[in-house]
Design a protein around this ligand. Structure first.
Ligand code: C2E
Ligand code: CA
Ligand code: CA
Ligand code: CA
Length: 278
């Protein structure tokens, strides 16, 4: 029994070694992923619940590795954050997504807005990003762009974060709080930074229909947000029952597989043309 325990232990350390090795390898390969054209953007529509119309698309990063295939964002985004590569990847996603939205202005029944995720790391240094300059170059009005941040960013009292958020505000960029309800942000912060959207975290939407607690939380978020003049997006809407319940509760927008999975730019464009005619 003793030696079995020992073997189990060495098995675990070997496994941990392999895991650490794999993480390092992925981080190294992430550094070149942009140049090697392995990073792409997928787009998921945010739909107005009353009208069924599309307000905007959320840009979601995709990494297709030649050996490992599609690597999950929940795996590579944390590695990119840890290694700082998120700054380059984030800039790339931003430019690609902003240019794509601009390009879609030529399609009928629009214009659409674009929502971009920005991780806390990307607020690390003052004025390190040139997003506003790029929008100007592109002639895309800043109010067509939403930056999605998590509650943790709001709670960060550092100068970098608040000056960047106010800079965005002054330029007209909209701000959404992602995964709302899972963190600890207070209403005071929502007011201070004049936040535009709350995105109710998918965990509350998942069993909305059967779980009264989660339904109460979702309804309270909607009521509070509306009193403060914010609009609400429900994330992870997967079926018509959830959609109807949220719509009847006054939720403004929904996003999730019920409406559409995240799509490549081409597929999203085809979907728009089909919906709106040519
Ligand atoms: P998120 O910002 O909360 O994005 C929503 C996630 O939910 C996406 O996962 C999306 O594909 C997934 N989703 C959408 N509808 C449904 C649904 O009906 N059911 C379920 N179960 N899931 C749904 P994805 O694309 O795997 O991204 C995971 C996370 O990775 C994102 O969560 C975000 O935090 C991060 N991420 C993705 N792209 C970027 C990026 O460009 N920059 C940064 N900083 N983070 C990113
Ligand atoms: Ca998001
Ligand atoms: Ca989210
Ligand atoms: Ca506002």
């Amino acid at each position: 029994a003793k030696s079995a325990g020992k073997n189990r232990f060495s098995y675990f350390t070997r496994e941990m070694d392999e895991e650490a090795h794999m993480r390092l390898r992925l981080i190294q390969e992430l550094r070149h992923a942009i140049q090697l054209d392995q990073i792409h953007v997928h787009y998921q529509p945010v739909v107005e619940l009353q009208s069924g119309g599309i307000l905007k698309a959320e840009a979601l990063a995709r990494w297709t590795h030649p050996l490992f295939g599609n690597v999950e964002p929940s795996l590579f985004i944390p590695l990119a954050e840890e290694s700082g590569v998120i700054n380059d990847i984030g800039d790339y996603i931003f430019r690609e997504a902003a240019a794509t939205i601009k390009h879609w202005d030529a399609l009928p029944g629009l214009p659409l807005e674009i929502s971009i995720n920005k991780s806390p790391i990307q607020f690390g240094t003052k004025d390190q990003d040139k997003w506003l300059d790029y929008l100007q170059q592109l002639e895309l009005p800043p109010d067509r762009v939403t930056v999605e941040i998590t509650e943790g960013v709001l709670l960060d009292v550092s100068e970098n974060v608040s000056s960047k958020l106010f800079e965005y505000r002054d330029a007209g960029i909209q701000v959404a709080i992602d995964d709302f309800g899972t963190g600890y942000s207070s209403m005071a912060y929502l007011q201070k930074f004049d936040i535009d959207f709350l995105k109710i975290d998918q965990s509350f939407i998942k069993d909305l229909v059967t779980n009264h607690g989660n339904r109460a939380i979702a309804e309270s978020i909607i009521a509070m947000a509306h009193k403060l003049g914010l609009r609400v997006i429900a994330e992870g809407v997967e079926n018509g029952e959830q959609m109807a319940l949220l719509r009847d509760a006054g939720c403004d927008y929904g996003q999730g597989y019920y409406f559409s999975r995240p799509l490549s730019a081409n597929d999203f464009e085809n979907m728009l043309v089909k919906r709106n005619g040519t």
